[in-house]
Ligand binder design. Structure first.
Ligand code: E4P
Length: 216
């Protein structure tokens, strides 16, 4: 499973890149707004750090404008994936951009029928939001299971990007469900490292090593 960072913050992206385990980045208009720079400038800077898929989202809500905006975003860098909302106009724009070889990430997916439409429209990625479904009392991960099963039944090439991932358990469950990608905040990625037995074990190894040095 690929690991993406769900942030537009360059410091976080640099830290993740330094670990050598980040395959890509997803952004959205809220994450871009937090950084205070125009989207073009911010995603270009991200592309200079990570050599992988970098999602940049359109803010237009009408297909023709989405297509125009998507084409501009795609020109920023070869790794840009144009993010489109899963609404009627977004699916129409997805079909048009995909037909021209521009890779798309259909976002704000909250149901299996929506994911089916994204695949039919030739999306490169579909982003089902796990955490936001959990927030309203659904089991978000069931959606990932449904979509991976449906895509596998029909050999759809659209990759399932588990989004709105908040915890290490979400990451494990996404991997068990066969998600192609999990995108997560830096904080969640950082948590994946933690285990008290690792810390305890390392402490003991280093103590024993120091003792053996003292003896020699
Ligand atoms: C997906 O690409 C979105 O940017 C993101 O995962 C949303 O996560 P949130 O629900 O934690 O805001």
């Amino acid at each position: 499973m690929k690991i993406f960072l769900d942030t537009a913050n360059l410091d976080e992206i640099r830290k993740g890149a330094d670990w050598g385990i980040v395959d890509g980045v997803t952004t959205n208009p809220s994450l871009i707004a937090k950084e205070g720079k125009p989207i073009e400038e911010q995603v270009k800077a991200i592309c200079d750090i990570i050599d992988g898929d970098i999602s940049a989202e359109v803010v237009a809500i009408e297909a023709a404008a989405m297509i125009e905006e998507g084409k501009k975003l795609a020109k920023i860098h070869k790794n840009i994936v144009v993010k489109l909302p899963l609404i009627r106009e977004g699916i129409k724009a997805c079909k048009a951009l995909s037909s021209e070889g521009i890779r798309t990430n259909v976002t704000l997916c909250f149901s299996a029928p929506q994911a089916l439409l994204a695949a039919k429209a030739g999306a490169y990625l579909v982003s089902p939001f796990v955490g936001r479904l959990d927030d309203i009392g659904h089991v978000g991960m069931e959606l990932i299971e449904q979509i991976t099963a449906i895509y596998s039944n029909y050999d759809y090439k659209t990759q399932v990007l588990a989004a709105s991932i908040r915890t290490p358990i979400h990451v494990v469950d996404a991997a068990l469900a066969g998600a192609d990608v999990a995108t997560m905040p830096f904080k969640t990625l950082d948590m994946l490292f933690n285990h008290p037995l690792t810390d305890k074990g390392l402490e003991q190894f280093l103590k024993d090593h120091a003792k053996s040095l003292a003896k020699s």
